[in-house]
Design a protein around this ligand. Structure first.
Ligand code: AMP
Length: 550
């Protein structure tokens, strides 16, 4: 028997409506390219979203059209986050850091005809414009500089200014698509993930759980994760639904400490690399940033040493999350249990460095092959598989295959993990990054995380390189905090030998000035592998690297 409850659709428009009706006086703060802060409240945001929806409709769109954005974290991008799905079309944020070739492939597959472009990315966009003709280009100009237009582009403010401030959106089917994001493609070609209104709404409720992001009306929230990556981890929606103020850093990541001081940010979210970069300045200006009480980290493993620094030096709580573009993107979050209160501080840190437990609504399991479900014993290593109302069931434009989905409908994450008896997962490695040496597995993530605890190591990566005898051997690539006079390979091998078996120790460490990062700030292992392969080829086996990744 079907129950007798109303079936009002769960849509993105409802999130905005709630934010405006209940928290209309709360603000969105954006740092502009000239360093000034732009501010308006949710009531004004709502009017502009409606104007933008009307303007978009006037371009002659059809339901389900994919509309691209090439925009940084700004109030205009936030307007697009709502205005496009409200017109029954699909928001498609493009990762501005991808190469023109990758972007061309993605734009062609997605069939984007309309694009909104931030002029801070004018140069990157020019490369794309050489390859693709869009029917409509709308330029967002926050710098008042002239943009060198190749076509008859529209200017954003002119585009919306004459439009009506009311727009009635009537999306009856919550399963309609609302956004399309491509995966970062660290293991292969980027794949499209088509989010529905329902999935994004439910993800918003789940991450607002007190043991997940737990955002409240008194928070001031800054997503440092780009709005073109996995819907900025859903943080704009979560912040607005809870009535928090929202702080957007534009393209000015170097000014985030100033921004925290000026806007009183209480919660911020970003990848560990970003936090590590800003830590010294944050410590120096500790008194000025004392509003910041919590950071949400994910995308990569958060090293224990960094958690310790944030907690001990700054008194900031670290919430370590794991997820994927495919999961809207949150899957697990690490908060210690009451039972852990009795543990020593170091033991608690070890727990916090794990990726945590599934958030409400997410199911996880560990598999070895297709049939063998592994126990939650904290030791058995297998592929992490997941299921939830906000997990992809098939990639855009492709039939689901057994490479990505199981026969019984779980997503194969491609991550190797353990799960302990309390349900905490520990990511061991990406399946494709595990180094296989002499028939044994070596976890690059474990080595990298431990290397980051060495005082001289600022950044590190461990990759597998082909070896005639062993199949593969680990090679360490590090950025040092200070100039080193000794034999770095010897020093770091010695250090790692405290923790790992001898065959795990990289045979060689190469020092570089900087590690290449992907568009979302993760270390770009593919680029390093390509670099090493080409240098080997060009220098007859002399694999000395320098800072020439780009
Ligand atoms: P993306 O879709 O670009 O967000 O990448 C998802 C992948 O990032 C996951 O499958 C993991 O391999 C990795 N990842 C995300 N969060 C974490 C984390 N907290 N620790 C380790 N790896 C992570």
């Amino acid at each position: 028997m079907i129950g007798l409850m109303m079936n009002t659709p769960l849509t993105i428009g409802q999130i905005l409506e709630h934010a405006v009706n209940i928290h209309g006086d709360k603000h969105v703060h954006t740092i502009l390219p000239n360093g000034k802060i732009h501010r308006y409240n949710y009531a004004t945001l709502h009017k502009r979203v409606n104007q933008l929806s009307n303007a978009t409709v006037s371009l002659g769109i059809n339901q389900g059209d994919r509309i691209a954005t090439f925009v940084s974290n700004t109030f205009q991008h936030l307007e697009l986050y709502f205005a496009i799905p409200n017109t029954s079309t699909i928001l498609h944020p493009l990762n501005v850091r991808l190469s023109a070739i990758q972007l061309e492939m993605i734009v062609k597959e997605a069939g984007n005809d309309i694009i909104f472009v931030d002029n801070v990315y004018a140069d990157q966009f020019a490369n794309l414009q050489d390859k693709i003709q869009f029917n409509h280009t709308i330029l967002i100009n926050n710098t008042n500089q002239d943009i060198n237009n190749k076509d008859s582009s529209l200017e954003y403010e002119q585009f919306i200014s004459e439009e009506d401030c009311n727009f009635s959106h009537d999306i009856q089917d919550e399963n309609c698509a609302m956004a399309l994001c491509y995966t970062s493609g660290t293991d292969g070609e980027p794949k499209g993930v088509l989010y529905t209104h329902r999935a994004m709404y439910l993800h918003t409720l789940a991450v607002n759980h007190v043991d997940v992001f737990g955002l409240t009306e008194s928070d001031v929230v800054m997503p440092l994760v780009p709005m073109y990556h996995a819907m900025a981890w859903g943080i704009p929606f979560a912040a607005m639904l809870s009535g928090a103020e929202l702080v957007l850093h534009g393209s000015k990541q170097e000014q985030i400490v100033d921004l925290i001081c000026e806007t009183g940010v209480t919660v911020a979210a970003g990848v560990p690399t970003v936090w590590k970069k800003h830590l010294p300045e944050m410590i120096r200006r500790k008194q000025e940033i004392n509003t910041l009480t919590q950071i949400i980290v994910g995308g990569e493993a958060m090293p224990i040493s960094l958690i310790r620094d944030f907690e001990k030096e700054l008194g900031i709580e670290v919430r370590h999350a794991w997820g994927m573009t495919e999961m809207s993107p949150t899957g697990t979050l690490c908060t210690p249990r009451k039972a852990h209160e009795k543990h020593s501080y170091e033991k608690k840190l070890e727990i916090k460095a794990m990726q945590g437990r599934p958030i409400p609504g997410v199911q996880i399991r560990l598999m070895n092959g297709t049939d063998n479900i592994l126990p939650w014993d904290g030791i058995s290593v297998g592929e992490l598989q997941v299921r939830s109302p906000w997990t992809v069931s098939s990639y855009y434009n492709t039939e689901p295959t057994l490479e990505h989905f199981t026969e019984d409908g779980w997503l194969r994450t491609g991550d190797l993990a353990t799960i302990n008896s309390e349900g905490y997962i520990q990511i061991v490695d990406r399946m494709k990054s595990v180094i296989r040496s002499g028939g044994e597995s070596i976890s690059s993530v474990a080595l990298e995380t431990y290397l980051m605890t060495h005082p001289q190591v600022k950044d590190s990566v461990v990759i597998g390189i082909p070896d005639e005898q062993w199949g593969e051997r680990p090679l360490g690539v590090v950025v040092l905090a200070t100039k080193n006079n000794g034999d770095i390979t010897e020093i770091l091998r010695q250090y790692l030998s405290n923790e790992f078996p001898k065959f795990w120790l990289p045979d060689k460490f190469v020092v570089v000035d900087e590690l290449p990062k992907t568009g979302v700030g993760k270390t770009d292992k593919q680029k390093i592998l390509r670099m090493i392969a080409s240098r080997k080829h060009n220098t007859n086996g002399n694999d000395e690297l320098n800072n020439t990744y780009d």
